[in-house]
Ligand binder design. Structure first.
Ligand code: ANZ
Length: 954
């Protein structure tokens, strides 16, 4: 650090606010707060019940996105949001709320497991050590957390309930008619009673146990299926789409990723697509995040249309059924299951050279193309810039309106996982189809009249013509004509026509996919599922929870040759033989079972943690309903309930925030909670960025050792390049909160982070600027404490008018700013007040000093608590009332307005500088002196120049 800010205390300044004094004050009050339970929020009932008078206050549940306890510890960027919620929570506490604020740890996940693989340390050991370290770092910041409510997702007491929720989801189904989840038992009862038809048409009583299990699997909200997943043999695990690069390799390790069918657990989040969309409207979230969720869910209205293909029908999904007459070929996803069934033995006559891919038979072409596209990720397959590839299947389908035979292709720009995995291609009006048709020499037909001058022959076009606001052409036949209709109208007409004939229907399609919920990991929640000898899955009863992780010697999944696509994952848990093979009595006598050996993804623990903060020790329910209702329940302005304020990074827009919303809704439907949304208000804090410096080789050099001179940057005398970016160990620019706390104290760090700029904006860290806030605290201290004697210098008596104005303006401004999360401007106003008081150069009146201390208490709680006590109070500043501004002193000072009649000054009025022309005119005309001067003369004109002049013409 460059500057020395606190000269060694001379004897004369033994009571100066220095880093040493700050350290002493901070440690002392942190201990006292812990000992006194200062931040404990009472529940209305249960083991954390407390003072009914406090419970009766309006409540505020304020939350941070909880941290992953990484081994690297915290840098100053991490606590930005935690400090912000703490300031807000403190202000809310001082304005009469029962405030719940705490912090837990999201502690399952990959880094601990990888560390365990490298070092042989059990992930629990390293994770718990990291948690301890992080707690120590956070404690120094003076965050007002209710520590009784903290936990980690790896605590068996916690993950017992994660497993319990899994079972609730597993044991329920989505009743589309009721629009909600219901217990699976109720579905079974309907099947048994015959009030609901069993898929396949047989009676429930005729089905074997395995068949019943299969049927129910098609309904359960948690189900196992063998859908194609991203299998990475080199890493030995399946990967989420987000973990796969655009060229189909693993983000980590750069190994090839294959599409493989593997039996995996899924969550039927798609059943909630509509509700997840609709309920967004009621949430107080940044619009950008809502938009990301809407796009991710991706609702499209369109139609399904059947194309006859031999004696089968292939169904396509289209958002443009109006263009049906323009469908000149069809494309199926390469993995489409119907392909095998219709591929003919030989190429039909007239097959074009470029359609066959050079293969002798359609079967060969299809097999080769499937292998080719299996090696690509969905992202890559959809990339528009890429050349379109595909092969002819050798078969034709019939366009249901034109009656034309259209060739059927497989091509990987059509995804199996979207719509029906099959499209009708309309090359004249869809760009991807246009490119494909060009590449494969396929016919095009214009059916939407171009609004530009390109004409109606697509052969002469450069691209498809895409418009939703044009008229249909070339669209008559089969007893129907769309010609002359607009797109919207044509869609309706054709959809009805298809529906009447039973060859199509209007439908809504979602981009959202079910959530792949299995991971081939050790360090995650085990599934409470066992399989019997027939491979039928059984849920463990609640009494067997938590199902704890077994001890293993080797935490890593088995890896394979990176290009061994035929390999199958082998999970770390499968090696714990004694754990895997168990004898259990699940109600029909002791039997042998095999445990599920996948674990849950690291998102599981964060899907419901807000609920556990409410009632962390409850051993008979995940949360007591009365307690949940109190903190989370629906209320005015928040019809679906949820946390009052949730602060975290914008990177969680669709993963965590979508998954947590989904779990909330299931728990709500099943009657376990009263809130259908977890987080009513969401706020995304910006990032703290930092300059990083690279030398001539491009290697990072320690940022703290870089000098700035002559407009350049130097490290050990050599020029280095400055980059703007993230803060982190690898960039050698991390600054830890501990360093800043040691150098200046936590209160200074808190003020600096809050003063850096608006909370939602990213800002560069500048260690040299921290001292500005330190000086503010030193001046505050000096305004109340004699630096020589340590005595409090305040005096009795009334402050003068100017002081009262400065004080009340600061109270008014800073209070509103804190409630609105505008901490930077709150600090500016408090600084202004403090500077005003410093400049006056005389002792503060007690009433001013006390309100100044209360004002800064949410931001700098330690120094405030110390001064509060030195001012003679025995009770904590934390629970004092935040000062209230007297409106009389808040209005701006007045200005003098002259009122002229015939150019002569007749009156002077003291008015507000913000007075309107109208008000000023009224005021002037009502003034006694003016009325007298006018003497009843007729007014011809009044010229008003607020606030300074009124000119009356008579
Ligand atoms: C015919 C058509 C004509 C289409 C036209 C578009 C324009 P969104 O809006 O994203 O839902 N499509 C359908 N299933 C597909 C799949 N599995 N893989 C790739 N593309 C698929 O997109 C729906 C449109 O994307 C559908 O409407 C279909 O092409 C294509 F002038 O059908 B359309």
């Amino acid at each position: 650090m460059s500057e020395t800010n606190s000269p060694a205390p001379e004897a004369a300044e033994a009571h100066r606010y220095t880093a040493a004094l700050a350290a002493d004050i901070e440690a002392r009050w942190q201990d006292a707060w812990d000992a006194q339970g200062t931040y404990e929020a009472p529940n209305p009932t249960g083991d954390l019940a407390g003072d009914p008078a406090v419970v009766a206050r309006p409540k505020k549940f304020i939350m941070d996105m909880f941290p992953y306890p990484s081994g690297a510890g915290l840098h100053v960027g991490h606590p930005l949001g935690y400090i912000a919620t703490d300031v807000f929570a403190r202000h809310q506490r001082m304005t009469g709320h029962n405030v719940l604020h705490t912090l837990g740890f999201d502690a399952f996940g990959l880094p601990a497991e990888q560390y365990a693989v490298q070092t042989g340390t059990h992930p629990r050991v390293s994770t718990e050590a990291n948690i301890e370290n992080m707690k120590k770092q956070l404690r120094r910041l003076g965050l007002g957390h209710d520590k009784r409510r903290s936990f980690a997702t790896i605590d068996p007491d916690y993950y017992k309930w994660t497993q319990w929720i899994f079972l609730q989801i597993y044991n329920s189904w989505y009743d589309a008619d009721a629009g909600k989840a219901r217990p699976i038992d109720e579905l079974v009862a309907e099947f048994e009673a015959g009030t609901r038809e069993v898929p396949g048409g047989r009676a429930w009583s005729e089905l074997t146990a395995a068949e019943r299990s299969d049927v129910l699997g098609g309904y359960r909200l948690a189900y196992s299926s063998d859908a194609p997943v991203n299998w990475c043999p080199g890493l030995g695990t399946v990967l989420a789409n987000e973990e796969v690069t655009a060229d189909g390799r693993s983000e980590r390790g750069n190994f090839p990723v294959f599409k493989a069918r593997l039996s995996q657990w899924n969550m039927r989040i798609t059943a909630y697509a509509d509700r997840l969309l609709d309920d967004l409207d009621e949430l107080d979230w940044p619009e950008a995040i809502k938009l990301q969720q809407r796009n991710w869910i991706g609702r499209s209205e369109g139609a399904r249309v059947d194309f006859a293909l031999g004696d089968q029908a292939v169904t396509v999904f289209t958002t443009r059924p109006d263009t049906l007459f323009g469908a000149t070929y069809m494309v199926l996803a390469p993995e489409h299951p119907l392909v095998e069934a219709f591929v003919p033995a030989a190429w039909p006559e007239g097959t074009k050279e470029k359609w066959t891919g050079g293969h002798a038979t359609p079967a060969e072409a299809v097999a080769a193309y499937r292998a080719f596209s299996a090696a690509k990720s969905d992202v890559e397959r959809q990339a528009d810039a890429k050349e379109k590839t595909g092969v002819f299947t050798g078969e034709f389908a019939v366009n249901p309106v034109s009656g034309e035979q259209v060739p059927v292709f497989i091509a990987d720009y059509v995804l199996m996982g979207y719509g029906t995995g099959a499209i009708m291609a309309v090359p004249a009006h869809d760009s991807r189809d246009f490119e494909f048709a060009r590449a494969f020499d396929l016919p095009m037909r214009c059916v939407v009249q171009p609004s530009d001058d390109r004409g109606t022959d697509p052969a002469t076009w450069d691209d498809a013509f895409v418009s939703y606001d044009a008229k249909l052409v070339n669209s008559a036949g089969a007893g129907i004509s769309l010609d002359g209709l607009g797109v919207v109208e044509a869609k309706a007409v054709i959809t009805e026509w298809l529906t009447e004939r039973g060859i199509g229907e209007g439908t809504v399609n979602f981009r959202l996919r079910d959530w792949l919920f299995s991971r081939q990991r050790y360090w995650g929640e085990p599934f409470p599922i066992v399989y019997d000898e027939d491979g039928v899955a059984h849920a463990l009863p609640e009494s067997m929870l938590p199902l704890e992780l077994p001890e293993v010697d080797d935490y890593s999944p088995r890896t394979f040759e990176p290009d061994d696509a035929a390999s199958k994952p082998e999970t770390p848990l499968s090696r714990a033989e004694e754990w895997v093979h168990v004898e259990l009595d699940l109600g029909d006598g002791p039997k042998s079972y095999r445990r599920e050996t996948n674990t849950m993804p690291n998102w599981a623990g964060s899907c419901w943690y807000e609920l556990r903060y409410l009632d962390p020790n409850n051993s008979s329910a995940l949360v007591d309903p009365e307690i949940e209702q109190y903190w989370m329940g629906p209320r005015e302005g928040a019809p679906h309930g949820g946390v009052d304020l949730y602060v975290g990074g914008a990177e969680h827009a669709v993963l965590h925030l979508l998954y947590a919303r989904f779990w909330s809704k299931v728990l709500f439907d099943l009657g376990h909670v009263s809130s259908a949304e977890p987080f009513h208000k969401l706020f995304n804090q910006g990032m703290i960025q930092a300059y990083a410096y690279t030398d001539a080789r491009g290697v990072y050099v320690p940022a703290a050792e870089v000098e700035e001179r002559d407009g350049g940057y130097f490290h050990e005398g050599r020029p280095v390049k400055r980059e703007h970016g993230k803060m982190g160990k690898s960039l050698k620019n991390a600054v830890t909160p501990d360093e800043i706390c040691t150098e200046y104290g936590a209160d200074t760090l808190r003020l600096y982070e809050m003063a850096m700029g608006p909370l939602d904006v990213s800002r560069p860290w500048d260690t040299r600027a921290v001292v500005g806030q330190y000086r503010l605290l030193q001046r505050l201290w000096r305004n109340i404490v004699d630096e020589e004697t340590g005595a409090v210098t305040v005096v009795d008596g009334e402050p003068d008018e100017a002081t009262l104005r400065a004080l009340h303006k600061a109270i008014d401004g800073a209070g509103g700013d804190m409630a609105g999360l505008r901490f930077n401007t709150a600090i500016a106003k408090i600084t202004e007040l403090n500077n005003f008081l410093t400049k006056a150069g005389r002792p503060l009146e007690r009433s001013v000093a006390e309100r100044l201390v209360l004002l800064i208490a949410p931001l700098a709680p330690h120094i405030a608590e110390e001064l509060w006590h030195r001012l003679g109070h025995a009770e904590s500043v934390v629970h004092q009332d935040f000062p209230v501004a007297d409106p009389a002193y808040v209005v701006d000072e007045t200005v003098t307005c002259v009122v002229q009649i015939k150019g002569k000054v007749k009156a002077r009025l003291e008015v507000s500088p913000s007075i309107s022309d109208d008000d000023l005119e009224k005021l002037a005309l009502a003034d006694d002196a003016v009325v007298a001067a006018l003497g009843g003369a007729e007014i011809r004109k009044v010229i008003v120049r607020a606030p300074k002049l009124v000119n009356i013409v008579v």
